[in-house]
Design a protein around this ligand. Structure first.
Ligand SMILES: Nc1ncnc2c1ncn2[C@@H]1O[C@H](COP(=O)(O)OP(=O)(O)OP(=O)(O)O)[C@@H](O)[C@H]1O
Ligand SMILES: [Mg+2]
Length: 345
């Protein structure tokens, strides 16, 4: 049994402007110790999907489908149970550390609070554990730092403190939403290194990122979302070397590469659709250079592309259901320029 099983998850926001179909028919699993990257352009539904998994969406959101963690349905769990699991067995790191830390308490108090909430440690033991956690996430002189307030922390240090809080309950799963966004490149690299250290065999990670380089480096498998739907799911290698969905191909050629011949890069044109009125048929068809009539009428299911290498590789495209008249052919020169020492990452 997988650690996390998401089945046919749908999220709709009922707003005055209409119904926003932010996530539709999303299914994926995450095994123990596995690292899944979730990528896609802004507005693809990555954050909403993560929040829905954690039961963190309230009105006007309506959620359908099921989410099972270690066999237990989180959709059926009551608030107390959800609170125990969140921050306990599932740690979370969200974007914007400044907003996530409370300015009126010291960082140590906040980490200790998370420790008290999710373990049986109390008093001095919780404080000691908080200092140990700050130490574990690489905060220098953690005992002194624990007594400082969030404004005394740099962005990178604050993000480390949030990772420490996420680890307070010794989680089996860490969901990190753009954990490195907004940090400068060096700090970003250090934070990823930290996550890499922490994500041992016991800790599964769902890393939400718009940064394909980060995902390529860190993850085992990737889920590509477009306009609220999963359009491709594969191992990192399969996805980056042999993308099967035209959207993924476009996304990959849009990655700026140092040393790459810019003329060869065909970047994705157009923008994500308004999710209160998504296009009929395949949501990507208005931007797809390969779209045929069928693509404007029906939404393609996520099907196996069966490339014969034994690793499951799914894409939601009629090219793999036998419904396209022509052959789908696109080539991406993505990761063949890596001899330059990975400077393109
Ligand atoms: N509370 C809400 N009410 C209405 N619509 C919402 C709400 N929250 C999110 N949405 C919409 O849901 C869609 C998905 O948003 P989401 O934040 O998940 O995108 P994302 O993939 O995380 O993008 P980004 O890369 O910018 O973080 C967007 O169209 C967004 O406008
Ligand atoms: Mg987001």
């Amino acid at each position: 049994m997988a650690l996390l099983e998401v089945e046919d998850l749908a999220v709709r926001f009922y707003t005055e402007a209409g119904v926003v179909r932010a996530v539709d028919g999303l299914s994926y699993t995450l095994d123990r110790g596995e690292r899944l990257g979730v990528v896609g352009e802004s507005g693809a539904g990555k954050t909403v999907a993560a929040l829905a998994v954690l039961g963190l969406l309230d009105d006007p959101a309506r959620i359908e489908g099921d989410v099972r963690f270690d066999g237990e349905s989180l959709r059926a769990a009551d608030d107390d149970r959800l609170r125990a699991i969140r921050g306990g067995r599932i740690g979370m790191v969200f974007q914007d550390p400044e907003a996530a830390l409370n300015p009126v308490y010291t960082v140590g108090e906040q980490v200790a609070e998370a420790v008290r909430a999710h373990t049986d440690r109390d008093g001095a033991a919780a404080r000691d554990r908080a200092v140990a956690l700050l130490d574990r996430v690489g905060i220098p002189d953690p005992a002194t730092r624990a007594d400082q307030y969030p404004h005394e922390f740099s962005g990178g240090m604050a993000q480390r403190a949030l990772v420490a809080m996420a680890l307070a309950g010794e989680p089996d799963l860490l969901i990190a939403d753009e954990p490195t966004t907004g940090l400068d490149v060096t700090v970003q690299a250090q934070l990823l290194e930290l996550l890499d250290d922490l994500a041992t065999d016991d800790l599964a990670v769902q890393l939400v990122s718009h940064d394909l380089g980060v995902v390529a480096e860190f993850c085992d498998r990737v889920l590509v979302m477009y306009a609220g739907e999963a359009v491709e799911r594969a191992t990192v290698d399969d996805l980056f070397y042999e993308p099967k969905h035209p959207y993924t191909a476009g996304l990959l050629s849009a990655v700026p590469r140092i040393g790459a011949d810019r003329d060869r890069l065909s970047s994705l044109s157009g923008t994500t659709p308004d999710l209160s009125a998504p296009p009929p048929g395949c949501r990507f068809h208005p931007r797809c250079p390969y779209a045929e009539d069928v693509c404007t009428k029906r939404d393609p299911p996520l099907v196996s592309t069966d490339d014969g290498d034994g690793e499951p590789h799914y894409a939601a495209c009629f090219a793999y259901t036998g419904d396209l008249d022509g052959d789908l052919s696109f080539s991406v020169d993505v990761v063949d320029d890596t001899d330059d020492g990975g400077a393109d990452r």
